[in-house]
Design a protein around this ligand. Structure first.
Ligand SMILES: Cc1ncc(COP(=O)(O)O)c(C=O)c1O
Length: 300
């Protein structure tokens, strides 16, 4: 009871919802009226001073973050967390285990939405937590059994089939996302592009240090001139990209996080994290890269 969790400011909307609307009913302590039980920090500079000795139990980060593609220096986060006896959880969904292995950088638990890149075909809903500790195994398998969060045999078979092409899909999606990010960056209608695979990303050095061959993965986001209306018009008119919330499949998807995946986060908090109404998130699939670029260019 009274535990305290710290996370980065643009944590995945569902994680935010879980901490602020579900975990709080199980005794995870509310830190502030605005943020609920989840104390959000915008950079690792704030981590040291935010940890409450004896109370903070977890530091939870997603890197790259969803949807602004911010990166976290995992070695630094782990060393700060561990120096206070706190565990580090990393949501590695955007990179998948092919591109980034957070355990090698000090994470205690790595979580993935298997629904996304690991399965890769948008036909399974599943998650995985990876760790190397008998204590975590006992606690989490007990909870899994008690809660009943067990996937079906057929879903396991599908995810296993998908996993066999993870390396090929990750390479293809990265190639497409890189080409698209550069094309968007060159457009006069685009305010800013966030993609960790290109030099303009403010934390490109972290991608080079943590990601396989500095790969950026298949996810990118960008702000479009014209506000919310322009963002939705882009998503509705772009051919090949389907307007949908998920990500990490072989097909390309687009969405407007402020009105979709991150709609549950209060506007003030959302904008502090860089999730503006005109932000568009793309999940690049494995289609022909030139087709994707042409379709994007024709829609803005
Ligand atoms: C970064 C991240 N983590 C976790 C999830 C949870 O995924 P799901 O519950 O769909 O498997 C998502 C879903 O969009 C996500 O984007």
């Amino acid at each position: 009871m009274g535990s305290h969790v710290i996370s980065i400011s643009d944590v995945y909307g569902g994680t935010h919802r879980d901490f602020t609307k579900v975990a709080n009913t199980h005794g995870v302590e509310s830190h502030s009226p605005l943020y609920g039980p989840l104390y959000l920090i915008s950079s690792l500079y704030d981590l040291e001073t935010t940890i409450r000795p004896g109370k903070t139990r977890l530091v939870w980060v997603g890197t790259p973050s969803n949807p602004t593609l911010g990166l976290v220096d995992l070695q630094r986060a782990a060393s700060i967390a561990h120096s206070h006896g706190v565990s580090l959880v990393v949501d590695n969904t955007f990179c998948s285990p092919y591109i980034q292995n957070p355990r090698l950088h000090g994470a205690d638990i790595v979580v993935h939405s298997v629904t996304k890149y690991i399965n890769g075909h948008s036909d399974v809903i599943m998650g995985v937590a990876a760790f190397n500790s008998e204590e975590w195994r006992e606690r989490l398998t007990f909870l899994q059994n008690a809660i009943g969060a067990v996937p079906s045999a057929f879903d396991c078979w599908l995810a296993h089939r998908g996993l066999k092409t993870l390396h090929l899909r990750s390479e293809a999606a990265t190639k497409n996302a890189t080409a698209l990010a550069l094309a968007l960056e060159a457009s006069a209608n685009v305010i800013a592009v966030r993609y960790p695979g290109i030099e303009s990303h403010p934390q490109r050095h972290i991608a080079i240090q943590q990601h396989r061959n500095g790969m950026g993965g298949g996810m990118l986001s960008f702000r479009l001139m014209g506000g919310r209306e322009a963002a939705y018009a882009f998503c509705k008119h772009t051919k090949i990209f389907t307007l949908a919330e998920s990500l990490g499949g072989i097909e390309s998807l687009c969405e407007v996080p402020a009105g979709m995946t991150h709609a549950g986060i209060p506007k003030e908090e959302r904008e502090k994290a860089g999730v503006y109404d005109d932000l568009i998130r793309l999940s690049c699939g494995i289609e022909d890269g030139q087709d994707l670029i042409c379709r994007c260019s024709a829609s803005h």
